[in-house]
Design a protein around this ligand. Structure first.
Ligand code: ZN
Ligand code: ZN
Length: 312
């Protein structure tokens, strides 16, 4: 079968890969489409030393022909974390297309059956690819009590920043997306205020909640500049590099810093099914899977939004 494969030398489309053999509890799916996210671009460059097939945002068919997607943390279901209901933090987990498990940029993918979610007919294939990153945006609402009077700033005008802004908008008084690229800010969506960081210089300590989705080590410092005393900073950025930052402001102004990663698929699916959140406008381009190498080159360019791969 075909698969977009990372080995120690390169990352490229191969056509000589075996169809995956499902582990106990896993099910084999026929992939329809997959999305390229910034994590994939990092992995393709050697981040986490991942070797195998990439891909963790996808829509596929199960053996009965139902459209499905899957959560990406493959937990052991046995350890203390799993027993406490913290399967996403299972120390024995593999992660689809990221850690010790082949991913979905392939003709076929095997995933744990317990991770599957059916996709309602009202969500088309293109939007379904966003369920995983949208769930990550919904995780903020699981972790932080947002009040209808809150002012929220989201730092970072990439795909995740825009998804976070659209997810938080119905829950807050004001959501402002802060970025560097006017053409990306223009795609934020209805009701979302936008500005550049320079324009926010006067907004020092104005926001109840600041989300860092910059993907850069500079995001936390900027977030600490914008958040109110006793406010909350949500960190969505994972970077391989180290931070060099003065943490005194966190102590003096009693700021809460919340790390945030994977989230509830069911809420993302409900929001897409009811059209509460729109995502298709974030698609930059779709490539047939045979052009996966070109698709990755396109996805790596600055300012590009979501690139989709179509397997069938
Ligand atoms: Zn992703
Ligand atoms: Zn476990």
């Amino acid at each position: 079968m075909r698969g977009f494969f990372r080995d120690s030398i390169s990352t490229r489309l191969r056509a000589d890969l075996p169809i995956p053999k499902p582990l106990p509890g896993e099910i084999l799916l026929k992939v329809i489409a997959a999305g390229i996210c910034d994590t994939d671009i990092q992995l393709a460059r050697g981040y986490m030393n991942f070797q195998g097939i990439l891909g963790h945002e996808f829509v596929a068919l199960d053996p009965s022909g139902n459209r499905v997607t899957a959560e990406i943390n493959n937990a052991c279901q046995n350890c203390e974390a799993c027993r406490k209901g913290l399967a996403n933090h299972c120390p024995n987990r593999s992660v689809l297309g990221i850690l010790k498990h082949d991913g979905a940029m392939a003709d076929w993918v095997a995933v744990p059956e317990c991770n599957l979610h059916r996709i309602p007919d009202s969500i088309d294939d293109r939007s379904a690819v966003f369920i995983e990153p949208l769930a990550a945006a919904f995780q903020i609402l699981e972790q932080v009590d947002i009040s209808p009077t809150d002012s929220i700033a989201v730092l970072g005008d990439g795909k995740l920043g825009i998804l976070c802004a659209r997810t938080l908008l119905p829950h807050a008084n004001e959501v402002r997306l802060i970025g560097k690229h006017s053409e990306k800010l223009a795609r934020a969506g209805e009701g979302i205020e936008t500005s550049t960081l320079e324009e926010q210089a006067h907004s020092w300590r104005r926001y109840d909640v600041v989300v860092d989705a910059t993907g850069s080590t500079t995001g936390l410092e900027a977030a600490l500049g914008l958040v109110q005393p006793r406010g909350t900073v949500v960190l969505k950025t994972t970077v391989a590099s180290q931070y060099a930052i003065d943490l005194a402001r966190i102590v003096i102004d009693e700021i809460r810093v919340v790390g945030s990663r994977c989230g509830p698929f069911s809420k993302a699916i409900a929001a897409l099914a009811s059209k509460t959140i729109e995502v298709a406008s974030l698609i930059e381009a779709e490539f047939p899977f045979d052009e996966a190498d070109q698709a990755f080159a396109a996805a790596g360019r600055k300012g590009v939004l979501k690139i989709l791969l179509k397997m069938s």
